[in-house]
Design a protein. Structure first.
Length: 110
């Protein structure tokens, strides 16, 4: 037989676990936002190299490095990818295998 205090303890434990999960997800979401911003800034710098300040082979170097480091170019700004492809380089070669994460953080807004 379950007592009222046991039920309350179980519910208190559930609430505690839920708060821990929420705290972890909030912290992870903030870190993801920070990293996405840094990724965007870096992609903008690379685009500037390809379109304005780089050598003629900069686009080829970047495209090759994307493959070498398995960069998921779908997460980058399209201006960079377009600039590389306009210079005749393939961004998605056949050996391209992007790094895949097992988890996705989904933000729900009311």
């Amino acid at each position: 037989m379950t007592t009222k205090s046991t039920i309350r303890n179980d519910i208190r434990e559930l609430a505690y676990i839920q708060r821990q999960i929420a705290d972890l997800l909030n912290a992870a979401g903030a870190k993801v936002h920070e990293l996405e911003s840094a990724m965007s800034d870096k992609a903008n710098e690379l685009e500037d190299l390809v379109t304005r300040r780089g050598k003629t082979n900069t686009a080829a170097e970047i495209a090759a490095a994307f493959t070498e480091y398995r960069v998921n170019t779908g997460e980058l700004n399209s201006r960079l990818i377009d600039a590389i492809e306009r210079r005749g380089h393939e961004v998605f070669p056949t050996e391209y295998a992007p790094i895949q994460s097992k988890w996705a953080i989904v933000e729900r807004r009311p």
